[in-house]
Structures are given as C-alpha cells and as structure tokens.
Ligand binder design. Structure first.
Ligand code: 5GP
Length: 128
C-alpha cells in the first residue's frame, strides 16, 4: 500500500454503519455499495455512496479494488442519482482524499449533491 494511504480503521463510522451498528437513512443498497443521506446535509439533497469493501479513500480503492467492485460502485452511484431524481436537473459528485481535502471519515465515500443550483465548483481561491 502507498505510504500516503493510512491503514483502514475497522471502527470508522461508515464501517459501523455497514455492520448495522449505527442507523442510517438508506437510499440504495446492492452487493457492492450502500447509499444514505448525509447526517449534516450541505445541499437540499446530500447523499453519500460507500463501497462495501474496506477502502480508506479513492486512492486506496483505485489501487486495490477489483474490476467488479469498481464497476459495481460506479453503477451504484449512477443508480442512486437516478433514485434521487437528480439526473435531469443535475448533480455534483465529490470524493475527498487526504489532508488537503479535509477528509473526515476514512472509508471511501462519494458525496452526491443536488436538488438546487450548486454554484461554482470550489469555494476556495486558487493559490498561485
Ligand atoms: P468527508 O469530509 O470525510 O468527505 O465527509 C464526511 C461526511 O460524513 C460529512 O459530510 C458528515 O456530515 C458525514 N457523516 C459523519 N458522520 C456521519 C454519520 O454518522 N452518519 C451520516 N449519515 N453521515 C455522517
């Protein structure tokens, strides 16, 4: 594993949601992924899609996951967006990895934002 990817913490909050130890408001589930509403929504629609495998972030997932897991996860994101009814109106995907991104939960998750106009891509100023 790359030194830039920390070891997987089996007790992170999303691992506990996957084990059913903590409740979530489920949107979609299949063999590869679980989608649920973010506990602290930052848009009218704010849903998280997580793979069922133990991956810290996209860096970890893209390096170690099998092709079926990767395909299954990407399709689950697309199906979740369909179920949320945001395909026509539009939505934004976001996945944080590592310190610069302020990733809080060390289990890969893709945020789906939608249900309203989302403004510009990033709120920060670009540094020279
Ligand atoms: P990150 O900053 O790691 O990309 O995003 C983590 C997200 O997880 C945040 O948007 C936060 O609100 C959400 N979150 C943290 N704890 C919980 C929880 O227990 N349940 C749910 N549904 N979302 C959570």
């Amino acid at each position: 594993m790359s030194a830039a990817v920390a070891a997987y913490d089996v007790n992170n909050i999303f691992a506990r949601i996957l084990r059913g130890e903590i409740p979530c408001k489920k949107v979609y589930e299949d063999e590869h992924a679980l989608a649920f509403h973010d506990i602290s929504p930052q848009a009218k629609i704010h849903v998280l899609v997580i793979p069922k495998g133990a991956y810290v972030s996209m860096a970890d997932f893209s390096a170690k996951a099998g092709d079926k897991e990767i395909a299954g996860f990407v399709r689950a994101i697309g199906r979740t967006a369909e179920m949320l009814g945001v395909v026509e109106s539009g939505y934004r995907l976001l996945a944080n990895h590592g310190p610069n991104s302020h990733q809080e939960v060390p289990h890969l998750h893709v945020h789906i934002f939608g249900g309203q106009a989302l403004g510009r891509m990033l709120a920060v100023e670009r540094k020279a």
